[in-house]
Design a protein around this ligand. Sequence first.
Ligand SMILES: NC(=O)c1ccc[n+]([C@@H]2O[C@H](COP(=O)([O-])OP(=O)(O)OC[C@H]3O[C@@H](n4cnc5c(N)ncnc54)[C@H](O)[C@@H]3O)[C@@H](O)[C@H]2O)c1
Ligand SMILES: O=C(O)CC[C@@H](O)C(=O)O
Length: 525
Amino acid sequence: MPKVLISDKLSPAAVQIFKDRGIEVDVKTGLDKDELIKIIGDYDGLAIRSNTKVTPAVIEAAKNLKVVGRAGIGVDNVDLPAATAKGIIVMNTPFGNSITTAEHAIAMMFALARDIPQANASTHAGKWEKSKFMGVEVTAKTLGIIGCGNIGSIVAERGIGLKMKVIAFDPFLTAERAADLGVEKVELDELLKRADFITLHTPMTPQTKNVLNAANLAKTKKGVRIINCARGGLIVEADLKAAIESGHVAGAALDVFEEEPAKTNILFGMEQIVATPHLGASTNEAQENVALQVAEQMSDYLLDGAITNSVNVPSISAEEAPKLTPFAELAQQLGSFAGQLTEEGIKEVTLEYEGDVAEMNTRVLTNAALTGLLKPQLEDVNTVSAPVIAKERGIQVSEVKREQRGAYETYIRLTVKTAERERSVAGTVFSDGKPRLIQIKGVNMEAALGHHMLYVTNQDKPGFIGALGSILGKASINIANFNLGREAAGGDAICLIEVDGDVPEAVLKEIQALPHVVQAKALTF
Ligand SMILES: NC(=O)c1ccc[n+]([C@@H]2O[C@H](COP(=O)([O-])OP(=O)(O)OC[C@H]3O[C@@H](n4cnc5c(N)ncnc54)[C@H](O)[C@@H]3O)[C@@H](O)[C@H]2O)c1
Ligand SMILES: O=C(O)CC[C@@H](O)C(=O)O
């Protein structure tokens, strides 16, 4: 039974779902780094919010971990390259808290426009400072949204509902989507120049980090108000402080900070700053949504292999998973076959998918083939890390999809190119759900791959099979299955034999020394 650790405060609904799905679950919040490292090895799944830091050291210690589920959107507290390299799927819940966070941004905008937190504190203190708090209307003002994705779009709709003019900077926002939303798509400088309120809704990336720095703040309209409910590092806090002190920026409402938890910060204590402790997603509704969603997604993966909302591998639906499994096994076997025979650097890999398999989620199958291909060189590779490793090694990977046109209803062919040669191997899945190789280097055959295989290429001449059989017999190597194929009578032939154990190096040498043998190699699957 898989075991999951919930290490941040999550709605109890998540625990119930794990239990209902037959998954053992422990809730241990507030663990420090060393405590987490000590226990993480026991778990197949880790469910988190933003407090738990999934560092390379945690991943290193996570011997059984298969999935990290983030109940929320940002996965900046998870070391994605380390998780990917270890084959750990990282998933988030991209929509569960979007409305809640957009509402927080709007609430922050009003708090800024009408000095609500400051007026609240003053009134509680019995000061009745009616003339001190003079606000501004939002109606007819320009709201500039930087990042118009899930949350930014909801903020845009709310802004339009408040009779604001909404402009957005987002390089990935299409003109059609902007028109649908009723926002004007603009460049960043234009937004900075025109907006009365600027609200940030991008992820933290190298391009968005420090987007509101001194240079860009200087381009904003005098009296601008800034809202950040996305990530702290989008604003340079020291530059914001200076821009407020100079009187250029009227104020800022911040839910997120460069360093969190933000117990101290250079902006704290400033009258023009409204601050909340990363509360964007903190409503009962959003927390219920993300907890339910993350628990369902993690359970689907741990129990059925279905992948939803992963940020590091392609998705596999629950319906697809059983259909894909035999083809993924085939793809991995094809990769492994080619990988064990390839002793030079790989330059290109092509996967051809023909017939029904071409309609499937071929990225998953390509990742499986790459895993098999790289495994002989790298023990630690898996379907999550294989595409990344292939890219790092400069291997060009391509897919070709075709409708059925050959003798088989559906098949996969893998072709590997090195500087010296090109090798291809093809296979299919029979109605028994078992993969078979159907072609090696253009030679047809039908072979199931067992654990130990002996692969021999030779010239098709009389006497060869007898000689080979007697070498194996002499070495007490039992033959489980014998598969033969040849290009033409007397031409290139291939012999793929399943044997009941290892084929020692000395036996391989004897086979290699037989007349007409080109190559003899022991393979394991
Ligand atoms: N405060 C909170 O509690 C809280 C809650 C939820 C989400 N968030 C954060 O809010 C942010 C937005 O979340 P989302 O769900 O809307 O994400 P999203 O991926 O749906 O939208 C992000 C948008 O940013 C755009 N973008 C990317 N690079 C950009 C760039 N260089 N310049 C301008 N736009 C760019 C993308 O095209 C996309 O449209 C994330 O950082 C997320 O972590 C915070
Ligand atoms: O879990 C939270 O409270 C914050 C979530 C938010 O930052 C997110 O990225 O989804």
